[in-house]
Ligand binder design. Structure first.
Ligand code: AMP
Length: 177
């Protein structure tokens, strides 16, 4: 199948849910991609390719949908997996940071021994909206001395300009709206 066709099939599978979780938000539901063996595999392949052949030590995924993609990418790349979680979920010593969401405010944290200085990291999430969540994860990774190879999303809502919050890092998205 051509790359163009794969992108079209992935895009067609994303379900727009109007006014979820609150009025005015068009929620991009990726569960139809997850439920389709072929599409899920293609999505993981395309995310893996964003590493550009660089050896990745750890793939960091963001709570919660980011975990699904990041864990599969980590396994495929032969890398470890590290979760960035919503505050209060991680049992060990953490680093924490707060940020603004497209809908609300939140804080995320990371185990402080999850990433060693200089380790090559690929950060993965399902969707880039305002960029607040990813920027928070980047801040934590930078504090730990990570070598951030790239930040990869299945979906980018380009009209929200979230990329601007992630400068100077290398940002990739598979589907852009
Ligand atoms: P942001 O911090 O604004 O970039 O928001 C990114 C996070 O919120 C991602 O982890 C997404 O899972 C979720 N999110 C934000 N907006 C949407 C949307 N329109 N559809 C689906 N998920 C979204």
């Amino acid at each position: 199948m051509s790359t163009h066709q794969v992108h079209q099939d992935l895009s067609a599978a994303v379900r727009d849910v109007i006014d979820f979780p609150k009025p005015g938000i068009v929620f991009k539901d990726i569960t139809p991609i997850l439920a389709d063996a072929g599409l899920f595999r293609e999505a993981i392949s395309l995310l893996c390719a964003t590493a550009g052949g660089v050896k990745i030590d750890k793939v960091v995924g963001i709570d919660a949908r980011g975990f699904i993609f990041a864990a599969a990418v980590a396994d495929r790349l032969g890398a470890g997996f590290v979760p960035v979680r919503k505050t209060g979920k991680l049992p060990w010593k953490t680093r924490q940071t707060s940020y603004a969401l497209e809908y609300g405010e939140a804080s995320v944290e990371l185990h402080e021994d999850a990433v060693q200085p200089g380790e090559s990291i690929l950060l993965v999430d399902d969707l880039l909206a305002t960029g607040g969540t990813a920027a928070a994860a980047v801040k934590l990774l930078e504090e730990l001395g990570a070598n951030l190879i790239g930040i990869s999303f299945l979906i980018e809502l380009a009209f929200l300009h979230g990329r601007s919050k992630l400068i100077p890092h290398s940002v990739h998205s598979i589907l852009s709206y």
